[in-house]
Write a protein that binds this ligand. Sequence first.
Ligand code: THU
Length: 134
Amino acid sequence: MDKKELYLIAKEVLKNAYTPFSGFKVGAAILAKDGRIFKGVNVENSSFGGTICAERNACLNAITEGCKDFEMIAIATSEGFGWPCGMCRQFLYEFAPDVPVITGPDENHLQEKTIKELLPEGFRLEETFDYNKF
Ligand code: THU
């Protein structure tokens, strides 16, 4: 599976985004090391703070299925690039700091950066604090 193919999967799924408030649709597709693909879309809520982004949704689907080893993450939107928001960068940093994120306005203009590049000096409790001593 190449970058373009994964991006097109993200683009295809964004039609299922639930966005009555912003109209901005996002689709995410995570390719796992074992070849599985986990998808997510943004799901908004009348209580705006309850909204969840496509990237976290895709990641939650992977974790739910017992998968934490990611190869590549593609993000597509209904308009322009889809670099993940700060909260999603932190969320993905937990599992996939070195994994490349692919996004673009279309499949012919893709760009790529790792989560670590998107979130320099990201926070991981494991790297910061020895919680095993408790
Ligand atoms: N959104 C995502 O799904 N991912 C991001 O990284 C940025 C924002 C969604 C949340 C909301 O439904 C809409 O885009 C507008 O903020």
